[in-house]
Design a protein around this ligand. Structure first.
Ligand SMILES: [Zn+2]
Length: 125
């Protein structure tokens, strides 16, 4: 695990982990959270005062769910923010939750999660 108090340039990534206690295990989606937050921040930088307030971050049916509230955004920017979130939620469905490798959705005892071959085999043991 990476230190939860560490921050990136935008000062958001690990704070989000800590503040919202992402309920998915493993570090596999770390790069997804990082990429998602970076793109949201870059989009917000285009409009003064624009910001994204994350409401809830969780995993549902093997997909990242990032619920947020946008403030001081034009309709155009708002659309862009939703598109960014949709894009990364889609990427999460193809990314192993444990290690970040390419994955497909696995059904393991009714629990659906994107896992690579290795971690799928591990869970079935
Ligand atoms: Zn894996």
């Amino acid at each position: 695990m990476r230190p939860r108090t560490d921050t990136n340039q935008a000062g958001c990534i690990y704070d989000l982990y800590a503040a919202f206690g992402c309920d998915f295990g493993g570090d596999g989606w770390y790069e997804i959270m990082r990429g998602l937050c970076k793109e949201l921040q870059e989009a917000c930088n285009k409009e003064p005062g624009a910001k994204v307030i994350p409401m809830q971050i969780k995993e549902k049916f093997g997909s990242l769910q990032f619920y947020f509230h946008a403030e001081n955004c034009s309709e155009e920017l708002n659309d862009e923010l939703y598109n960014i979130v949709n894009k990364w939620e889609g990427i999460s469905e193809r990314t192993c939750m444990e290690c970040g490798a390419a994955a497909v959705m696995r059904n393991n005892g009714g629990w659906v999660s994107p896992l690579c071959e290795e971690h799928y085999a591990e869970r079935r043991r």
